[in-house]
Design a protein around this ligand. Structure first.
Ligand SMILES: C[S@@+](CC[C@H](N)C(=O)[O-])C[C@H]1O[C@@H](n2cnc3c(N)ncnc32)[C@H](O)[C@@H]1O
Length: 406
């Protein structure tokens, strides 16, 4: 049924898509923004709230890709139903014909024959509704629309969302240089949450590339809201509450911290990668918070007696790289075992050879998707030799210490 806009009373229904595997991390995060009834779905979280919740989720979420407001969900049989459901919605109450639009449609098990044709029907229904009521229609702009409408079809149901974010939320505008295979910012932030890292714990990324983990961690440590420097689609909505939005932004600015509790460390084998990381951190005003060094991962030493090491090694898709990685994994295992006792290491990889070659026992493996790449986040708890002996003797612990498998 189409949702009639009612900003004061009825709770609004939202869907926040995120990288697959981060749904529970996103629920944890959204709970901080006072959302109600968060429920995991594949590749996102459904929740309820009001416009304040929506503004806050856009401003502060590091893990969501977008915040979509659900405006209709109804059963359908054919394209005519899709047109009618869309036409019944009071689009003219929410935005104006001065705004450009774009319609995106995705489907799973839909009986309809053409997604392109159905997308056109949705666009026509919106434009016809505007023309019926106002005499004008909005223009389409697929590259930089003001307003994005997302449709989703399953076998029986058609759901329509108005995108409150606009550009995806992981586009923070911080990364000026991307380097080789950079992680999406929201995947990096979600992984940091999964590691349990807190700003008073040392953090090291020894293959930092353009510095995505470092940038996210530095912002988290300084409590900088990721959306402070950008604009959102909801600012174009007819009922946009400028006063409420400015208040939220001022609160976020007031909550920022002047300095971080512990430095964050990054290194990479290549000078070019470090230059990218340096440029990105400086552009974000975060250069002071991160210590960078050019080093081979095999030659680094831990910068503190304990901490969290998080790393996203090259996947080895290029010719020659795979062989290099096969030789590197056992050596990384050796390094962790010999030098990083007391640390927790987290390795994100899509390489099925890694777990065997690294020759350490995994404490936890979390399935995650890096775009379409099916990855795992492997956790290794590096227990110190003395601790290991004591624990083995007393058999008191449940966790598996990171040791050689053979
Ligand atoms: C997949 S990229 C990391 C991307 C990074 N997470 C980002 O978001 O920009 C892997 C990085 O490992 C670095 N690297 C490769 N071999 C290395 C080694 N032996 N020691 C240190 N860094 C290495 C590469 O230069 C590359 O920057």
């Amino acid at each position: 049924m189409a949702t009639k806009i009612n900003r004061q009373e009825a709770p609004l229904h939202f869907f926040a898509p995120c990288p697959r595997g981060l749904e529970s991390a996103l629920i944890d995060e959204l709970t901080q923004f006072c959302v109600t009834s968060p429920q995991p779905a594949q590749g996102g979280v459904q929740f309820q709230g009001n416009w304040n919740t929506c503004y806050r989720a856009n401003l502060e979420s590091r893990i969501a890709s977008r915040i979509l407001w659900q405006i209709a969900t109804q059963t359908y049989r054919n394209e005519t139903d899709i047109y009618d459901i869309t036409h019944a919605i009071p689009w003219h109450e929410w935005f104006s014909t001065n705004n450009t639009i774009r319609v995106n449609l995705t489907a799973i098990k839909s009986p309809l024959r053409s997604l392109d044709y159905t997308t056109l029907k949705i666009k026509d229904a919106i434009c016809d509704k505007f023309r019926d009521i106002t005499g004008h229609r909005p223009s389409v702009n697929t590259a930089q629309p003001d307003i994005r409408i997302h449709g989703f079809l399953d076998a029986k149901k058609f759901t329509l969302y108005l995108d409150t974010s606009g550009e995806a939320l992981f586009k923070r505008g911080l990364r000026k240089k991307a380097g080789e295979a950079p992680l999406r910012e929201n995947l990096a932030a979600g992984i940091l949450r999964l590691t349990g890292w807190r700003p008073d714990v040392p953090l090291l990324d020894p293959m930092c590339g353009s510095g995505t983990f470092l940038l996210e961690a530095a912002q988290i440590a300084l409590n900088i809201a990721p959306g402070l420097e950008r604009h959102f689609a909801f600012e174009k909505f007819n009922d946009f509450d400028q006063t409420q939005w400015q208040r939220l932004k001022q609160n976020a600015i007031a909550a920022q911290l002047p300095r971080i509790a512990r430095p964050i460390y990054g290194s990479d084998l290549y000078g070019d990668a470090l230059t990218d990381a340096q440029i990105n951190l400086s552009a974000a005003g975060l250069a002071e918070t991160v210590k960078l060094k050019q080093a081979n991962i095999l030659e680094i030493s831990p910068p503190a007696s304990n901490g969290i090491l998080v790393v996203n090694p090259p996947y080895g898709v290029r010719i020659g790289e795979q062989q290099t990685m096969m030789e590197l994994y056992p050596k990384i295992g050796d390094l962790l075992k010999k030098k990083f006792s007391g640390w927790h290491a987290f390795i994100l990889s899509a390489d099925p050879a890694l777990p065997k070659l690294i020759r350490l026992s995994t404490s936890r493996r979390t399935p995650l998707f890096n775009g379409a790449l099916d990855c795992r986040l492997f956790e290794y708890k590096m227990v110190s030799g003395e601790m290991r002996k004591r624990k083995n003797a007393n058999n008191l612990h449940r966790e598996t210490p990171a040791t050689y498998n053979n």
